[in-house]
Design a protein around this ligand. Structure first.
Ligand SMILES: Cc1ncc(COP(=O)(O)O)c(C=O)c1O
Length: 391
């Protein structure tokens, strides 16, 4: 069996042992110094001024939209574009927050929204924000997307949960919008079991995200920020200040276990990214020799931090053949993320306007993927390759 993921952690045994020791010697396990240390280190490596750690990537996405709304940068009824090939909790908060979701098509050869897809949708609808997902380690032409958003006053935010470490035009994905989310769920590039992060260089947004993350209070702000909030609302003593709730929030806090694991896993991340890239390049060569399958374009990408091994077949019938082959060989497979989100039951229940999505529909019916991680053995890679030959 080749599962979608073999281990919970990079360097599993060593990490579990270190985690057990950390728990035994810790006096405090709720959010504290380890979380702060991980935020600092992760955001510095990502190239952003601030990192805000959450208990999941989905929580990070929810908080991002709530924070933008609290700040008045987005309002009820605003139209938010999103990549039609994405995860449920990228789109759900758009609906939950009272915005209107607008699906943007993905291009077959890149799996991602390209600037041309965005430009096409903007001909028919004006957007207030675009929540782009960098799909499966690949990405669109984010520099051009950024330019369109700047020119048309559209807030660009990135869901980088599947593309941690991907570099395009010398810049890591997650640095093109005002903020980006990351997931540390098992099977992502690094795991804290559950966990997520938002990186941003927008100070005001970072401050609001810390308020949104923890009940709407100011306890995780700097002394200067606390002073400002307390002054604004005439709160004069610590007794009151501890239970003052300034704006809408949730409890989306991580634990010190998240912080500890994040720091520990970070040391293995770069190696993991390069191994995943190497594995993918091997499989890509096999795919290129088979005209049943469509090759993916990655000439815009400097480092391809692949999330998985995506396979796109020339039609749905051909996909059935390959699905049967993979299953027969004991390789776990799954659809392209959540497929065309417009076809999901929750979407049909709450959303009124649907768009034509030719590329996404094709990927929904003709694509699938299996896992890609450093524990894949040469024999595993051979098994995957053998399923991709034309015969
Ligand atoms: C694109 C994308 N966004 C968000 C998430 C949610 O992350 P989490 O599982 O940490 O909530 C995922 C999860 O796989 C994802 O693929």
């Amino acid at each position: 069996m080749i599962p979608l993921m073999k281990n919970a952690f990079l360097n599993e045994f060593e990490t579990k042992k270190a985690l057990a020791e950390f728990i035994i010697q810790s006096n405090r396990l709720s959010m504290d110094v380890k979380c702060a240390e991980f935020e600092k280190k992760f955001s510095a490596e990502q190239g952003a001024a601030e990192g805000i750690l959450f208990n999941s990537g989905g929580s990070a996405n929810l908080a991002m939209l709530q924070a933008l709304k609290n700040l008045g940068r987005l309002k009820d009824g605003d139209k938010i574009g999103f990549s039609a090939l994405t995860w449920s909790t990228n789109v759900m908060p758009i609906i939950q927050m009272g915005f209107i979701p607008v699906a943007i098509d993905c291009t077959i050869e890149t799996l991602n929204v390209m600037s041309s897809n965005l430009a096409e949708r903007l001909k028919e609808v004006k957007l207030n924000a675009f929540f782009v997902t960098n799909v499966l380690g690949f990405c669109g032409d984010l520099d051009n997307i950024q330019k369109i958003c700047r020119d048309q006053d559209i807030i660009l935010i990135e869901d980088n949960c599947e593309s941690l470490g991907t570099v395009i035009k010398g810049k890591k994905t997650g640095n093109f919008g005002v903020a980006a989310s990351f997931s540390f769920f098992v099977a992502h590039h690094m795991s804290t079991i559950e966990g997520g992060m938002i990186c941003t260089s927008d100070e005001e947004l970072a401050e609001m995200l810390r308020i949104v993350r923890a009940n709407g209070w100011d306890r995780n702000l700097s002394a200067k920020q606390q002073f400002r909030w307390r002054k604004k609302f005439n709160i004069e003593n610590e007794f009151e200040a501890k239970y003052a709730f300034y704006d809408l929030g949730f409890n989306l806090r991580p634990t010190e276990i998240t912080g500890f694991l994040g720091l520990y896993q970070l040391q293995f991340l770069q190696n993991n990214i390069l191994t995943r890239q190497k594995n993918y390049f091997e499989i890509e060569k096999i795919i290129a020799q088979n005209d049943d399958l469509l090759g993916l374009k990655r000439d815009n990408i400097d480092v391809l931090s692949t999330f998985a091994m995506p396979v796109v077949c020339k039609d749905a019938g051909t996909r059935n053949t390959y699905l049967a082959r993979f299953s027969g060989a004991g390789i776990e497979i799954r659809p392209m993320i959540a497929g065309n989100i417009q076809t999901q039951p929750f979407y049909k229940k709450y959303v009124k306007t649907f768009y034509k999505l030719e590329g996404t529909e094709f990927l929904h019916h003709c694509g699938f993927y299996c896992g890609n991680y450093p524990e894949l053995t040469p024999s595993d890679l051979e098994t995957i390759s053998s399923c991709l030959f034309k015969y």
